[in-house]
Write a protein that binds this ligand. Structure first.
Ligand SMILES: Nc1ncnc2c1ncn2[C@@H]1O[C@H](COP(=O)(O)OP(=O)(O)OP(=O)(O)O)[C@@H](O)[C@H]1O
Length: 590
């Protein structure tokens, strides 16, 4: 799809708003032509009969009326402007998000997060602002056309002569459009690199401090920022300084030509003072049109760059056509007041021949079988990098399986990402994701439940004693991404978020990695106080292994051994190693 067609598609999304705005812009632009005609009439009258007569008062009243009408049109067009700009941006964002979030887990992002955020904010508004400004150009074009006709009727020769530099300026600007596009692309890329870099720095703040690498990070930040400054200056120079100097020079040149040509005509009376006032006023509008047109031409080129940049963040090679496909934009839903209807309760989860290999490393899991029965406690353990996390994520649809089947009570699940959600299943990842809000909001995450249920969830997550010690209990702010909490507290807040959803199947990825042995034992004990819970747990800790009804040992992405703890302690050297390593850890902590 050509950029032109893509932009047209955005306009067609809210055609009524764009049409109304176009009418308002034309009205708002053409109406100032009237005051200039009135001023010419006033000037010519004053030149003939000095003093204010009744005719003059009528003209002045007309002038006030015209200005008032213009202000009203201006206010209306500002409102319509904002609404249609928001709907254009909304369409681009809605299409981008639905494609990105439609992919399993973090697979949706093809670029670093900071860069994606930068593109989704600046590039979307670049496109919709350009479309809105093109209506301003349309208004200005009608204004310039009427002005030309009026000037032509006053003096065709002078009009023809002053228009030549304007046309030349238009060609000059068009000639530079390739450069405008190039510089804008470079400037946006450099801005994206700064955002990505900042995002990575904030994420790795602790690691940077521990490695004493602040200075190097500061230097690198200066480097990327310097590049951005240079690229941005280059782009702004072309689009703002160059274009505005072309149009200022053209206006000056036009006015100079008029003054030179009319000098003789004043004497013989074929050109009046009013005509001169009219020429100076109208010439300004004609050159303003040239300037706006050329700026919009530059903005058009920049918007084509922005459209390509947005398409680049879409997964699976998106195109501009995907960005502008018409779809309803829905408001953010209210917090969930009721849970979705319970599907068929879990009886048996069977996974056969599950395979997923990370494209970047070619490693992952291959042909893994897994059976989880209702009320059971299944532990997945194994060597470092054995594929435990990959297995859980592939089962839950957070990574797209390459091969194998997943069945819930014998029924094949074709879209696990859609299926494995509360109230069927809930998941706590190895690294909990907390938002910079209160503990309560992190646990509820949009859910609306009675207080007792919230308290039961925090108790099950062994968070009750911590809440008593926190300044504002459940209403304590957790800081950016939970930095005010300890690693163990953050993990238990994430666990409480899982428990409050009352899911049938609970999936934990190494929940105990930041918990001491006593807290971990208490946690498993409390989970089992609630009847009928089914747990699938990645762990290498004794507290979990001792409770397990079934253990799966993964090594290099395949099942090395499986069975009960007693069996595996006899038959599996990998499990023996994990068990003995756990002995040391238990002793250290007790
Ligand atoms: N995003 C990724 N891109 C490329 N390779 C990956 C990615 N994630 C994991 N891997 C590789 O896939 C293999 C399995 O990783 P996985 O995280 O599933 O192992 P794990 O058993 O959970 O590891 P750990 O014990 O360290 O938590 C490893 O060799 C790892 O290097």
């Amino acid at each position: 799809m050509t950029p032109y067609k893509a932009f047209w598609q955005i306009i067609r999304y809210t055609p009524g708003l764009y049409a109304l705005n176009a009418v308002l812009q034309v009205f708002r632009s053409c109406i100032p032509l009237l005051p200039a005609l009135i001023v010419r009439e006033v000037m010519d009258r004053l030149a003939v009969t000095p003093g204010v007569d009744s005719g003059l008062w009528v003209l002045l009243a007309l002038l006030v009326g015209v200005v008032t009408a213009r202000v009203a049109a201006l206010l209306m067009s500002v409102t319509v402007d904002a609404t249609s700009t928001a709907s254009g941006t909304g369409l681009l964002l809605s299409n981008s998000f639905s494609r990105i979030l439609g992919k399993p887990g973090a697979q949706g992002l093809r670029r670093p997060l900071g860069d994606v955020v930068n593109r989704l904010t600046t590039d979307t508004s670049g496109v919709s602002d350009m479309l809105m400004n093109s209506l301003v150009v349309l208004g200005s074009a009608s204004q310039a056309a009427v002005a030309l006709v009026v000037l032509f009727s006053v003096d065709p020769l002078i009009t023809a002569v002053v228009v030549v530099p304007l046309i030349a300026a238009g060609f000059l600007i068009n000639f530079t459009s390739t450069r405008i596009k190039k510089y804008h692309g470079e400037s946006r890329r450099a801005a994206g690199e700064v955002s990505s870099f900042l995002h990575e720095v904030f994420n790795a703040a602790q690691a940077i401090q521990l490695a004493n690498a602040q200075r190097r990070v500061g230097e690198r930040f200066r480097e990327v920022n310097d590049t951005r400054r240079r690229r941005s200056m280059q782009s702004r120079f072309f689009t703002t300084v160059f274009l505005s100097s072309v149009w200022t020079t053209t206006t000056g040149l036009g006015t100079g030509i008029v003054l030179l040509m009319v000098a003789g005509k004043f004497k013989d009376g074929s050109f009046t003072v009013g005509d001169l006032a009219l020429f100076v006023a109208y010439l300004g509008w004609i050159t303003e049109f040239t300037a706006l047109f050329s700026q919009n031409l530059a903005a058009y080129k920049q918007a084509t760059v922005s459209l390509d940049r947005l398409a680049e963040v879409l997964p699976d090679g998106g195109t501009p056509a995907d960005l502008v496909a018409h779809r309803p934009i829905r408001p953010v839903p209210d917090p969930v007041l009721a849970e979705p209807a319970q599907g068929e309760p879990l009886d048996l989860l069977t996974v056969r021949g599950l395979t997923y290999q990370h494209p970047e490393s070619g490693r992952g899991i291959k042909g893994v079988d897994l059976t989880v029965r209702r009320g059971s406690f299944t532990v997945v353990t194994g060597t470092v990098g054995g594929g435990k996390t990959t297995l859980l994520r592939a089962v839950l649809g957070l990574m797209p399986k390459e091969d194998g089947s997943i069945r819930w009570n014998g029924q094949e699940i074709t879209d696990p990402a859609d299926f494995f959600v509360p109230p069927r299943s809930a998941y706590t990842p190895q690294v909990p994701h907390l938002v910079s809000e209160t503990v309560r909001e992190n646990v509820l995450a949009g859910l609306s439940v009675p207080d007792e249920r919230l308290r039961a969830a925090t108790r099950a997550a062994v968070l009750d004693r911590d809440l008593e010690r926190l300044d504002n209990g459940l209403d304590t702010l957790v800081g950016t991404k939970g930095t005010k909490l300890s690693g163990g507290q953050a993990q238990r807040v994430a666990a409480a978020r899982m428990f409050v959803r009352n899911a049938d199947l609970l999936v934990f990825d190494d929940l105990s990695s930041a918990l001491d042995v006593t807290t971990e034992r208490l946690l498993w004990q409390r989970i089992f106080e609630a009847e009928d819970k089914t747990c699938l747990v990645v762990s290498h800790r004794r507290a979990a292994l001792e409770r397990a009804g079934h253990i799966i040992v993964l090594k290099d992405g395949t099942v090395a051994a499986e069975g009960t703890l007693q069996d595996l302690l006899r038959t599996s050297p990998e499990l023996r190693e994990i068990w003995h390593a756990g002995e040391g850890a238990d002793l250290d902590e007790s």
